[in-house]
Design a protein. Structure first.
Lengths: 111, 818
């Protein structure tokens, strides 16, 4: 049985809660149109990284540090749409990473 | 400061000694030693810099060694060859100060991968052997020298090497030791490789640090060790080894903390600039005097832009100038050699110091013999946790210039008295859940424990560390007992099980300095901290170094924090049965803080620290010591009410410190209780001292054996009355080991009789259904000592709970001797 868009959204809600370790929060409380970052769910850079590796692991989705990647992580609705498109193969997912911009989605380090 | 870098040994993907490295770097186009042909290539495309082990193994004659031990042995043997053998160190006070992040994690990981599906073995401590503890790394090297001395393993992630070299310089500056082996070494392990991959930091292609095309890191293994000595000693004065020049001079250092993000540097590079400026000030140089800068230059988007900003400001060049590797900024050549050898993590700083020395020689050669003059350089290393460390060094240094070079890292000596504030706590998961904030949900046990202990410490003592960090010269020593095992396990799970993603959050916390990095962010501390992976003597050594910093006036206050996880046998069941142990100690100059202690009694005791051989240089200071008797208050996991609060008399601290430098007490912790007790075979009920202090109190571990007398051999039921004997043996061990502190160990202590005289009280609190394999902890608290009789209060802990307690008297002849 293939995944419906509603089921996908429900999966993503759980994935976000799990990735960000927001154990006190009910997945259904995520506002689908609110930002995942500041001003909405309030995820930080490390939460996003956790989410990115989870998405890659579960759906084979590779989010890049480009406009498409940032757009995908802007809200639950956007992420659902992006993942849905990826799974249904319309080929609109993020392009190769750019190096000229300062990262917002991916964080970088000086290990 | 002015130290001789006497010799260097180095190993990396570019070669197995200094001359091989020099040979490669001499080429017009040095070879890039990074390869995609590595054991993990199917899962990971990024090139890796691997050391060719085929020629190394055969050259080492000693028994089976782990990978990192093989490399360390190679480096130490190389150094020994250069200085004319072990006798070089005879009669000298030696310190080994080395950085690593991996140490024995490789074999730990192998065991973890093997047992990954076995849930009964999902306790992080399960795979942990002594040689895998990071703290053992420096001990291994000291052992290779066949010499006693101070041994410190530094672990501040990728700045570890530079931090270790700086720590060594401090010990030399203070006259604590005559000679140091300093440097750092790391190997490639799946944990680091996949961890960095999860952080999205690896470049799939050859890395291009300090270029606009950069897109991440290539990891590699390797490092370097150096023999460091004060400029007035060392090879120059050694007639038996001839008068040859030291390789170079170490002349300054700087350290700073970002207080910004666990893994991302502060974008404006200000803390990096401060770090470099400090190093230049210490050496008495202007930035324009430099001939060469070896940048950290990892190749990540963020590091290189931050560092470039800092470099541009330092050298007063245009920050908008395109980032270029091998650039000439002003008159200074700036390079990231990581494009050739990759990022050797904790070995990076040391390896790059070796590279820098070669580069300086090359620059000198190019300029021609007629212009032979002192060439000056700095090398940067920046690590996770926002830890920045820069060292300043020179070749062919003009000693006359050194005399007039002004600022030293150490200022004028400050007058005592010094005060000490102390707090210790243990927390279980219930305690840790009581606070919720953004950072909290991400923190490891030890980080949470530290945060909580610091918060309690502040409340108890009316101190705001934030104010201290802002206003004064605060220095922080962070001791990590086992490293961040929980975070390592959580990272490793995703590596061995491809159905689980590798957690970047866990990986970034697996560096040993993550708790102090979080704390520094919380209190806004941007000064100098260091993380040691601790051994039994580390807290005393940190106290000693801290007191010296106060005395030398380099700090107004010194914070010593210890934090560690303790994993109960039932760890896997609820994924929560762990305790963490955290201690906070604050030393400060007596008149610096005005606070009234509310919790512990205050006494004045004399502290004598023997810093030089010979009584003439002994120093006595007045120290106010505030602390409970046992270095831990044990809070049980579930029963807060049954919290033990152990307080008592205060003893002289310094005696311990002095003795610890002369006695090697490590074997005590490794050989276990049989060294101290006459009991043998099934009559020996206790295993190992976990912690002990200089007043006969501490913790002892017991793992229940199936064939022991405490199990009814028919029914298999645990016979509770044996707990009393167990407590007595535990306390007997603690009492007898005291001899090592007071120097009274003569002959074989286990041959000396000691026995239980009377049981004054016994209470079985919890009918725990103990099974073979269960681990118990015995708490022994010496209350009265009237030799040869000592009184103890003792408890048995199982799974974080007190299951029995007793008070009794022991006959202990070891103390009678004292």
């Amino acid at each position: 049985m293939s995944l419906t868009k509603t089921n996908l959204e429900s999966e993503l809600r759980s994935l976000i809660i799990h990735a960000a370790n927001l154990t006190q929060m009910d997945p259904n409380d995520i506002n689908p149109t609110a930002p995942l970052l500041k001003g909405g769910l309030g995820l930080d850079s490390i939460d996003l990284l956790e989410l990115i590796v989870s998405l890659e692991q579960k759906y084979g989705l590779k989010l890049r540090n480009d406009d498409a990647g940032r757009q995908a992580l802007s809200s639950l609705d956007a992420l659902t749409a992006f993942t849905w498109n990826h799974l249904n193969g319309d080929g609109t997912e993020g392009s190769a990473a750019t190096t000229s911009e300062r990262p917002e989605v991916h964080h970088q380090s000086s290990p | 400061m002015n130290f001789n870098i006497v010799t260097c040994s180095t190993v990396s993907c570019l070669g197995r000694n200094f001359s091989e490295l020099e040979e490669k770097l001499r080429l017009e186009e040095p070879p890039v030693a990074l390869t995609r042909d590595h054991p993990w290539r199917e899962r990971l495309q990024s090139p890796v810099g691997l050391i060719d082990f085929s020629s190394i193994e055969s050259s080492l004659s000693a028994g089976p060694l782990t990978r990192i031990q093989q490399l360390a042995a190679l480096l130490v043997d190389d150094l020994l060859g250069q200085v004319g053998g072990k006798q070089y160190f005879h009669g000298k006070r030696v310190a080994v100060v080395v950085g690593t992040t991996t140490a024995g994690i490789e074999t730990w990981f192998e065991k973890f991968a093997r047992d990954a599906d076995d849930h009964a073995k999902q306790n992080p401590s399960h795979w942990f052997d002594v040689h895998e503890q990071q703290g053992q790394f420096s001990d291994f090297i000291l052992g290779r020298l066949n010499h006693g001395g101070i041994s410190i393993t530094v672990s501040t992630a990728c700045s570890s090497s530079n931090a270790a070299i700086i720590q060594a310089a401090k010990l030399l500056e203070l006259g604590e030791v005559d000679v140091c082996i300093a440097g750092g070494l790391d190997i490639i392990t799946p944990l680091t490789l996949f961890g960095f991959n999860a952080l999205q930091l690896l470049d799939k292609n050859l890395c291009q640090p300090l270029t606009p095309e950069r897109n991440g890191i290539n990891l590699s293994e390797g490092g370097a060790f150096f023999v460091l000595e004060p400029a007035n000693g060392g090879l120059d004065s050694q007639t038996q080894t001839g008068r040859h020049r030291p390789l170079a001079k170490l002349l300054g250092f700087g350290q700073s903390t970002d207080t910004y993000h666990m893994t991302m540097p502060r974008p404006d590079g200000a803390p990096m600039l401060r770090c470099m400026q400090q190093a230049l000030d210490a050496a008495g140089w202007q930035a324009q005097d430099l001939d060469y800068i070896n940048a950290h230059g990892t190749g990540t988007l963020a590091n290189d832009i931050s560092e470039w900003q800092a470099l541009s400001q330092l050298l007063e060049t245009d920050p908008s100038q395109t980032i270029t590797n091998n650039a000439t900024l002003g008159t200074v050549r700036v390079e990231s050699s990581k494009s050739l050898h990759g990022h050797a993590l904790a070995g990076a700083g040391a390896l790059e110091l070796a590279v820098s020395l070669i580069r300086l020689r090359q620059i000198q050669k190019k300029r021609g013999a007629s212009e032979r003059k002192s060439l000056k350089a700095i090398s940067n290393s920046f690590g996770f946790g926002g830890h920045n460390a820069t060292i300043a060094f020179a070749i062919d240094y003009d000693e006359k210039a050194a005399v007039n070079s002004g600022i030293k890292n150490f200022g004028n000596k400050a007058a005592g008295p010094y005060s000490m504030w102390y707090f210790a706590s243990n927390y279980g998961p219930d305690d840790l859940k009581t606070s919720q904030h953004d950072l909290w949900r991400r923190l490891s046990w030890s980080s949470k424990g530290l945060m909580q202990a610091v918060a309690d410490f502040e409340v108890e003592n009316g101190i705001q560390l934030k104010e201290l960090a802002r206003e004064g010269k605060l220095e922080i020593y962070h001791l990590s007992l086992y490293g961040e095992m929980e975070a390592a396990v959580l990272t490793a799970r995703g590596i061995v099980n491809t159905a689980i993603p590798v957690s970047p959050a866990s990986f970034q916390q697996s560096v040993a300095n993550s708790p102090i990095a979080y704390l520094s962010q919380k209190i806004g501390f941007n000064g100098s901290y260091i993380t040691w992976t601790a051994k039994p003597d580390s807290s005393q050594l940190a106290l000693h170094c801290g007191l010296n910093s106060l005395r030398q006036g380099t700090a107004d206050a010194v914070l010593i924090v210890t934090t560690s996880e303790y994993h109960c046998p039932a760890y896997n069941k609820a994924n929560a049965d762990a305790l963490c142990f955290s201690e906070v100690t604050l030393l400060h100059r007596g008149n610096y803080l005005k606070m009234s202690p509310s919790r512990f009694s205050v006494e004045t005791s004399h502290i004598t620290i023997n810093t030089k051989r010979g009584a003439s240089t002994d120093r006595t200071d007045q120290v106010r010591v505030i602390r409970p008797l046992l270095p831990c208050d044990l809070w049980t996991r579930k029963k807060k009410d049954s919290m033990l609060r152990l307080t008592g008399e205060i003893g002289p601290y310094a005696e311990v410190i002095t003795h610890l430098q002369h006695h090697d007490i490590h074997h005590l912790y490794e050989t276990g209780c049989d060294r101290w007790l006459p009991h043998r075979g099934s009559m020996l009920l206790v295993d190992r001292i976990i912690r002990a202090n200089d007043r006969g109190s501490g913790l002892v571990s017991v793992r229940l054996k199936p064939d022991a007398k405490y199990f009814d051999q028919k029914s298999g039921i645990f016979l509770n009355h044996w707990l009393v004997e167990m407590m007595a043996q535990g306390c007997g061990t603690l009492s007898k080991q005291l001899g090592i502190h007071t120097g009274n160990v003569t002959g074989d202590p286990s041959q000396k009789i000691g026995f239980l005289i009377s049981i004054d009280s016994y209470e079985l609190l919890d009918g725990a259904n103990l099974k073979p394999g269960d681990c118990l902890t015995i708490v022994g608290h010496q209350t009265v000592a009237t030799p040869p009789v000592v009184k103890y209060e003792s408890q048995v802990l199982f799974d974080g709970q007190i299951i029995a307690k007793a008070t009794f008297k022991l006959f202990s002849p070891e103390e009678a001797d004292g």
